[in-house]
Design a binder for this molecule. Structure first.
Ligand SMILES: [Zn+2]
Length: 261
């Protein structure tokens, strides 16, 4: 899938223009903690800056005399768009799941095999799908169902320790968050956490349960999280680094997953 965005130019200054020709070639853009390649090309006939996302990279086409600062600002201003385009592209890659692929599950992996009836575990490390139907939706469905008992167990382990009573567990597939806690004590958790090591999902459960005491991210909230889960900053870093991959959906292990890592 190709995504494209045109950006109008603001007025440029002559000081910036002097170095304009030098900023071409491949650069790197940091989005959160993810480094993305960025190829900049100058075009004599280009009237405006165009951003494209293709194969995990940002491609910028800019008029010859547009200042460096303008390109930088343009990328900065459109980081959200770029991130979405990268995720959409990864989601398309994920749609290529096939029978025989291995997909991540907690610490290990499961293999997709062909079965007749609906999606189910056929053994500890294999999941059966109907090979004639699109595989990705079946796999997502399976992750969702597989996630519930794990989340349930974490909730039962941690709610009494933290001293809260969640009313309900909802398994969701949000594209931008790992979990949430509502005022009526419903805990929502993202099935995508099943593609992460178990400690990550368990940390998110602790995080959301603490929100039943502190409904914000204040110092008191983090003190409370740290009291129950002292290494929480490690799990947060893990989620920042690997989050984009998880949000993009399951990708066959061993397959080339593009340049976002
Ligand atoms: Zn939170």
């Amino acid at each position: 899938m190709r995504s494209r965005l045109h950006v109008r130019l603001a007025n440029s200054t002559s000081k910036d223009l002097r170095s304009a020709r030098h900023i071409v070639g491949v650069h790197e853009v940091v989005i959160g903690s993810v480094v993305v390649g960025c190829r900049i090309r100058r075009h004599a006939r280009a009237r405006r800056i165009t951003l494209r996302v293709r194969e995990g990279r940002i491609h910028v086409t800019a008029p010859v005399r547009v200042p460096v600062s303008e390109i930088r600002r343009c990328i900065d201003e459109h980081l959200n768009w770029i991130e979405d385009a990268l995720l959409r592209e990864r989601a398309c890659v994920a749609a290529d799941l096939r029978v025989g692929d291995r997909i991540p599950f907690l610490d290990g992996s499961v293999t997709i095999v062909e079965g007749r009836s609906g999606t189910r575990y056929v053994s500890k490390d294999a999941v059966a799908v109907r090979a004639n139907d699109p595989i990705l939706p079946q796999i997502e469905q399976w992750y969702r169902r597989a996630a519930r008992p794990y989340f349930q167990e974490y909730l039962e382990r941690w709610a009494p320790r933290i001293g809260v009573t969640p009313s309900r567990l909802v398994v969701r597939g949000q594209r931008s968050r790992w979990g949430s806690a509502s005022a009526n004590a419903t805990i929502s958790l993202n099935w995508r956490l099943m593609m992460a090591p178990p400690r990550i999902g368990e940390y998110v459960v602790v995080h959301e349960l603490v929100h039943l005491i502190h409904m914000d991210h204040s110092a008191r909230f983090w003190d409370c999280v740290g009291g129950h889960w002292p290494t929480y900053s490690d799990e947060r870093v893990w989620l920042r680094v690997h989050g984009p991959e998880l949000f993009a959906g399951p990708v066959a292990l061993g397959a080339d997953s593009g340049e976002v890592s």
